[in-house]
Design a protein around this ligand. Structure first.
Ligand SMILES: C[S@@+](CC[C@H](N)C(=O)[O-])C[C@H]1O[C@@H](n2cnc3c(N)ncnc32)[C@H](O)[C@@H]1O
Length: 226
């Protein structure tokens, strides 16, 4: 993980308001501020939930520096990986090339603002890992991601759990920015979806000052009925 803030080798975000700063410029500058923002390992919840699934077509939104897309391609998935940041995508594509032609050829990198457009699909797996948007864009994005899942396919949405705000870890404080897994799952039509996992999962991470902390991921995995 990556990813993310939050995983081993990563630092928690230093907080403050992102208001008005969440666009392409913000993310390009954030990526340029460091040679590597995230680790080159796939997000643990992605690995936990997807291992054992038959590979098909996958969509990775907010793919960042590409660790998840590369891991998926290694498992045989054909991946469409999307991010708003061209800087992140260049890095991701370079990492995929280093992983070899077989992996690189399975991934299509696409620059796209998911606030404006979501790829239509259908995909056998749609994964969003720490792709946080404020409301109402968050709900709109999740609805579009669900619509992009093929019948029989899986939707995996992993984010920082709001409960971490209580641990003293600094996260941007926006109402609705960090919904719990149950809240995310509640938007799915029950007649169409089986919610397989909706929970808060602890994992070790590195805090803002390099200290070991425990953070929580809100993990939603749902399967679209065939
Ligand atoms: C916290 S990072 C997570 C990166 C990656 N999923 C991971 O776990 O390592 C969030 C990513 O979402 C991307 N992003 C933020 N807003 C976006 C938007 N509106 N459209 C597409 N990507 C966006 C950022 O550029 C960034 O790469």
């Amino acid at each position: 993980m990556p990813s993310d803030p939050g995983s081993e080798g990563h630092h928690e975000h230093d907080g403050g308001s992102f208001e008005g700063e969440l666009g392409e410029k913000f993310w390009d500058e954030r990526y340029r501020s460091s040679d590597a923002l995230w680790s080159d390992e796939a997000n643990p919840q992605l690995v936990a939930e997807v291992t054992g699934m038959a590979p098909g077509a996958a969509l990775d939104v907010g793919c960042g520096e590409g660790a998840d897309a590369i891991w998926l391609a290694r498992q045989g998935w054909r991946v469409t990986a999307i991010d708003i940041s061209g800087v992140a995508l260049e890095r991701a594509a370079a990492a995929a090339r280093r992983a070899g032609t077989e992996v690189a050829d399975r991934i299509t990198w696409e620059r796209c603002d998911l606030g404006e457009r979501t790829p239509g699909g259908p995909f056998d797996l749609v994964s969003a890992q720490f792709m946080h948007l404020p409301e109402p864009e968050r709900a709109r994005l999740h609805t579009a991601l669900a619509a992009a899942v093929a019948p029989g396919g899986a939707l995996l949405i992993v984010g920082h759990d709001f409960s971490d705000l209580a641990t003293g870890l600094r996260r941007p404080l926006w109402p609705g920015h960090f919904p719990g897994a149950a809240e995310v799952g509640a938007d799915l039509a029950p007649e169409e979806w089986d919610v397989v996992v909706a929970e808060s999962r602890a994992r070790p991470a590195m805090g803002p000052d390099g200290e070991q902390v425990t953070v929580h991921d809100a993990v939603l995995r749902a399967e679209r009925r065939s």
